[in-house]
Ligand binder design. Structure first.
Ligand code: OTU
Length: 631
């Protein structure tokens, strides 16, 4: 059994005994952070020496074009917070067939103003079930049918030439059970076993289970899996074939750090750090967001700051706003930096609640609880992604507002799943084991959740485009980099194909992972079609945003303005910009002087490009981006 209280001994590797340039300040930071994690190990100094020697070799191997990028980014560390930054997220195969196919989609991305492309995992996955690529068999190989590392390098540089930064999904919490480390562990290699959390019997697992939650309670209950080959239990937070890495072992940290820099040298500009909150485990805790998890991220950030300084890290922490913010930058001056980017999942989830309830109180509370991102960092905002909408992120808000989380959220999720006579949504519950009152996650494409599946003539069908626009307008104006989800630009609905039906029987999230719909994409060029309307909305949102410096991620964070009308969400972005969103089926009128200073100023709605009078009317499910300028 692993000794969980002490780090494993380390083995310096004499192969890398060269002299490294270790005077860089980031190396000092790295040492400080790693000493906090592993310093009690008597071999720490030797281990750290080997680590930096090896990293230095990788640093020296960095291609010239990427070194040039490093230099440019060091000059402009705020580049990704610019109001023109818009992201797009896609599966390589579903979007474009393979890595080479992505080249043919660049013009489409440009037409949406996209400057950041998050490709879901395309590394060589486990054979068989692989959680949509999130079970990695080999970090250094590309899934065979998608191409090769050379194809990725060519794509990354073609994208860079068009000012699109590629984001690589780095699955660092776990590897697949057929990754070389897990295979060696199963063959009885004790060193390989120490890369994982293994247990001879249920004593410790049972104790951990008392405080650790469940991500897939229905399809992968529990957090431990019996492995007969090893004769041990192994920690598996997600599916049984995804083995959690043991970051208490400094060798694991070193391997992951090397992998990170190797991948960076292929042209990755941003790493999405998948499942970041789960990296460290401690008995008696939820094993989420632990201080040591943050130390691991600070160390990885320092590794990149030294070896590949152009490269950003983005935390995938689907946790409440306050906890998600802790992954950004440095919380205190002088503290080592964490990620430059973090998902604002709570904002996304709360915007769905507002849609259902026609009440923005949860959304307002999330925004109030959102700390200002530290300098040189930014939120990622979004409407939908490849995962379910995770509701637990809103627990603190519902608690603050009073009332039962289960009751309120079960009403919301029932509505989103069409179990309400007036519901416009066609989602499907995730991981609730058929219990209609259980609250976990909700699946569905944005379009299906917003009313696009309703028959023509249904009163709510007429509002689908407005709701689609409203939800995206919030993600575009809040303050962060908005990331679009492939298919949403064409208002693609749920995938009801035979193949999807089979896949959703195993994992419901395949409902909203459709293939690029060529027919819809062609329609998008024809005015009057659904796809064209959605695409045009996103293009225009992007253009207006890009022309409005107040909407940059680093500019004035959204400040809630409380109007008594619960259906209205109002926030200011600095002294001259106010965003108003009408989350209701009725038109709403408000006075401009109630939301901003109108004295001697003219007000224009940047979205409609019309001057506003002293009162402003918002049609159902519409919004205004108001700019106050001196008359
Ligand atoms: C991430 O997600 C990925 O985005 C999922 O696609 C993977 O299945 C998972 O990791 C394992 O690699 O908890 O904070 O509720 O939101 O699994 C990390 C479903 C996660 C996802 C959840 C998630």
């Amino acid at each position: 059994m692993n000794d969980l209280s002490a780090p494993k001994p380390v083995e310096p590797n004499p192969q890398y005994a060269t002299t490294a340039d270790t005077n860089h300040p980031a190396v000092g930071v790295l040492r400080q952070v790693l000493a906090a994690l592993y310093g009690s190990n008597p071999q720490f100094d030797a281990w750290f020496h080997t680590l930096t020697q090896h990293l230095d070799l990788l640093r020296q191997a960095r291609p010239a074009a990427l070194r040039a990028l490093d230099a440019a980014r060091i000059q402009d560390p705020q580049w990704f917070t610019h109001q023109s930054m818009i992201g797009y997220c896609a599966y390589v195969d579903r979007f474009a067939g393979d890595l080479r196919g992505v080249h043919d989609r660049i013009a489409h991305l440009e037409s949406l103003g996209v400057r950041y492309l998050h490709l879901l995992p395309f590394s060589k996955p486990r054979a068989g079930e692989n959680d949509g690529g999130f079970a990695i068999a080999d970090y250094d190989a590309v899934r065979e049918d998608l191409g090769t590392m050379a194809d990725f390098e060519a794509l990354a540089s073609a994208l860079r030439a068009r000012q699109i930064s590629v984001c690589f999904d780095f699955v660092l919490n776990h590897v697949a059970d057929d990754h070389a480390w897990a295979r060696a562990a199963q063959a009885g290699d004790a060193k390989a076993q120490s890369y994982f959390y293994t247990f001879d019997d249920r004593t410790l697992p049972d104790q951990y289970e008392k405080t650790v939650g469940q991500v897939f309670p229905e399809t992968a209950p529990g957090n431990f899996t019996w492995n007969a080959a090893m004769g041990k239990w192994v920690w598996t937070t997600f599916y049984p074939y995804q083995w959690d890495l043991n970051y208490r072992n400094p060798m694991v940290f070193a391997e992951i750090a090397y992998t990170l820099v190797r991948l960076a040298n292929h042209g990755v500009e941003v790493f999405r750090l998948d499942s970041a909150p789960f990296l460290w485990k401690e008995l008696g805790t939820t094993c989420l967001n632990l201080p040591e998890t943050h130390l691991v991220l600070q160390a990885l950030r320092a590794v990149l700051a030294w070896a590949a300084p152009a490269v950003l890290v983005k935390s995938e922490a689907i946790v409440p706003a306050a906890q998600a913010a802790a992954y950004l930058g440095a919380s205190r001056p002088g503290e080592p930096e964490k990620c430059q980017l973090a998902y604002h999942g709570a904002l996304m989830a709360a915007s769905w609640v507002a849609c259902v309830e026609r009440d923005t109180s949860v959304l307002r509370s999330v925004i109030r609880d959102t700390p200002k991102p530290p300098v040189h960092s930014s939120w990622v905002t979004y409407v939908r992604c490849h995962d379910d909408i995770v509701w637990s992120m809103l627990r603190p808000q519902i608690a603050q507002l009073g009332g039962s989380y289960e009751q309120r959220m079960s009403a919301v999720t029932q509505y989103l799943c069409g179990n309400h006579p007036e519901s416009f949504a066609r989602g499907i519950p995730f991981q609730t084991s058929g219990n209609p009152n259980a609250v976990h996650g909700t699946n569905g494409m944005a379009a299906s959740l917003l009313g696009y599946e309703l028959p023509d003539g249904h009163p709510q069908r007429a509002f689908a485009l407005q709701r689609f626009t409203l939800m995206h307008a919030l993600a575009y104006a809040f303050g962060g980099m908005p990331v679009l989800y492939m298919g949403d630009e064409f208002a693609q609905t749920n995938d009801y194909s035979e193949a999807a039906r089979a896949a959703t029987a195993i994992d419901g999230r395949w409902l909203h992972r459709p293939r690029w719909d060529g027919e819809r994409a062609a329609q998008a060029a024809r005015p009057g079609t659904t796809a064209h309307a959605a695409c045009e909305v996103l293009r225009r949102l992007g253009r207006v945003r890009a022309a409005t410096p107040a909407f940059a991620a680093h500019a004035n964070p959204a400040q809630i303005i409380d109007l008594p009308d619960a259906a209205l969400l109002v926030f200011a972005r600095g002294p001259d910009h106010v965003c108003v969103f009408n989350f209701s089926d009725q038109e709403r009128v408000f006075s401009l002087s109630d939301v901003g200073n109108t004295r001697g100023r003219q007000v224009t709605d940047l979205w409609t490009d019309r001057a506003a009078g002293s009162t402003h009317m918002l049609a159902p499910w519409t919004f205004a981006w108001l700019a106050y300028t001196s008359a």
